[in-house]
Design a binder for this molecule. Structure first.
Ligand code: 77N
Ligand code: MG
Length: 221
């Protein structure tokens, strides 16, 4: 087929969403995925949980790993004030190109910093590249076997502070078992699971919310 699925998703946004209206962009993508073609956006059911965790955290610095078509970037940024720093990493240039246009259609291009590259390469450069000390909120939605190495990398780079929240998508489907074991057994995180379903399906999935408790020793002091 001539066009890719992300390009067909973007076309649906351009046709059905009102420029400058983030909620209409979200609705257009959900409609496309429910009625035309499934795509791996966090979706409306898990998206509502994402919204609630973002609002209760009210972060001033946000990092997203795995932009895809920009759906969760639009969901997150529509809830936050313009001064919020939002950085999203996408390693697939075709996804990134579509995401930029989806974010622009929502009118959020001035609030989002989309960086192309691999999380493992970019996380250590965050402080220098963006002058960001720590992230208040991190959304994991990239390769599921990168979740564990990347949360360790965030800790090691000192990018998490006491109270920082890491929300991970797909912890049941496709699944991130080693990640779940780590955050649920670590004394440095307080974790809870939000039961939901894989986007646009009845398949069981969910989000894991892990709050960083600070740079404490592994043993309980
Ligand atoms: N900066 C970075 N560094 C490293 N890697 C990076 C990166 N940026 C992107 N990538 C590459 C990974 O990008 C996409 C990751 N997302 C998924 O794979 C995903 C898959 C499903 C799914 C698929 C099929 C089923 F049958 C059932 C479920 C559902 C979801 O909700 C998903 O999120
Ligand atoms: Mg996902």
């Amino acid at each position: 087929t001539r066009t890719s699925r992300p390009q067909r998703l973007l076309q649906a946004v351009c046709i059905n969403a009102v420029r400058g209206n983030p909620d209409s962009v979200i609705a257009a993508i959900d409609h496309f995925c429910q009625n035309q073609e499934w795509a791996m956006n966090v979706g409306d059911e898990k998206g509502a949980i994402l919204d609630s965790v973002v609002m209760e955290t009210s972060p001033s610095t946000v990092l997203e790993l795995g932009t895809y078509c920009g759906y969760s970037a639009v969901r997150i940024m529509r809830l936050l004030p313009p001064a919020t720093r939002f950085i999203t990493l996408e390693m697939n240039p075709d996804y990134a190109a579509v995401a930029r246009q989806v974010i622009q259609h929502a009118g959020l291009q001035d609030k989002v910093c989309l960086v192309e590259g691999k999380s493992a390469d970019l996380i250590p450069k965050m402080a220098d590249m963006f002058g960001i000390r720590t992230f208040d909120f991190v959304f994991f939605d990239h390769w599921k076997d990168c979740y564990l190495p990347d949360i360790r990398l965030l800790e090691d780079c000192g990018l998490l502070d006491q109270g920082s929240v890491v929300l991970a998508d797909n912890v049941l489907c496709p699944g991130a078992p080693e990640y779940l074991d780590y955050v649920r057994s670590s004394l440095r995180f307080s974790s809870r699971f939000y039961r939901s379903h894989l986007e646009y399906t009845r398949v069981l999935d969910g989000l894991e919310r892990s709050e960083y408790l600070g740079h404490r020793d592994a043993q309980r002091d």
